[in-house]
Design a binder for this molecule. Structure first.
Ligand code: GDP
Ligand code: MG
Length: 153
């Protein structure tokens, strides 16, 4: 059963440098998701190590932290039907070479270590990541488009 979920989507430093912020936001808006949190942040290595704690010990971990701390990221929370899984499918595979055209990574990236954007991999990770990046909380509002995008009644 599909349900309303929130997912944490982050445009990585290469996505920001390549001026892809607007294009990526547009994809989520146009798909029908609702933006409920958004900020630009130049994260510390410590903050990023916590975000990627499950990957500690991988050979690429130090390089990943250096890349993610090299410039600002755009941190976002998107809400909607099946947001976690759909967000991942919009991103494409971890390795852009394996990502289908039409996905964010499949359209904009080539290298696994420079793959433009992040998306939560489960509802549980989304909850953790949203709390980690938005300790101040996120906004609540009713989207006027909900009546058009979903079968609510
Ligand atoms: P994701 O959930 O698709 O982002 O993939 P993972 O959670 O497995 O890895 C987190 C991030 O680490 C990826 O998005 C890549 O930027 C990076 N990464 C993963 N695997 C590799 C790898 O084999 N080499 C390098 N250089 N980076 C990797
Ligand atoms: Mg991941």
């Amino acid at each position: 059963m599909s349900k309303f979920e929130q997912t944490y989507i982050m445009i990585k430093p290469d996505g920001v440098q390549r001026n892809l912020v607007g294009a990526i936001i547009a994809r989520f808006e146009q798909r029908g998701f609702k933006l409920v949190a958004l900020k630009m942040v130049h994260a510390t290595p410590e903050h990023l190590e916590k975000h990627y704690e499950d990957l500690k010990g991988k050979p690429f971990f130090p390089g990943l932290i250096k890349y993610m701390a090299s410039g600002p990221v755009v941190a976002m929370v998107w809400e909607g039907l099946d947001a976690v899984k759909t967000g991942r499918s919009m991103l494409g595979a971890t390795n852009p070479l394996a990502s289908a055209p039409g996905t964010i990574r499949g359209d904009y990236a080539l290298a696994v270590g420079r793959n433009i954007a992040h998306g939560s991999d489960s509802v549980e990770s989304a909850k953790k990541e949203i709390a980690h990046w938005f300790p101040e909380g996120i906004v609540q509002y009713r989207s006027l488009l909900e009546d058009v995008i979903f079968e609510l009644r």
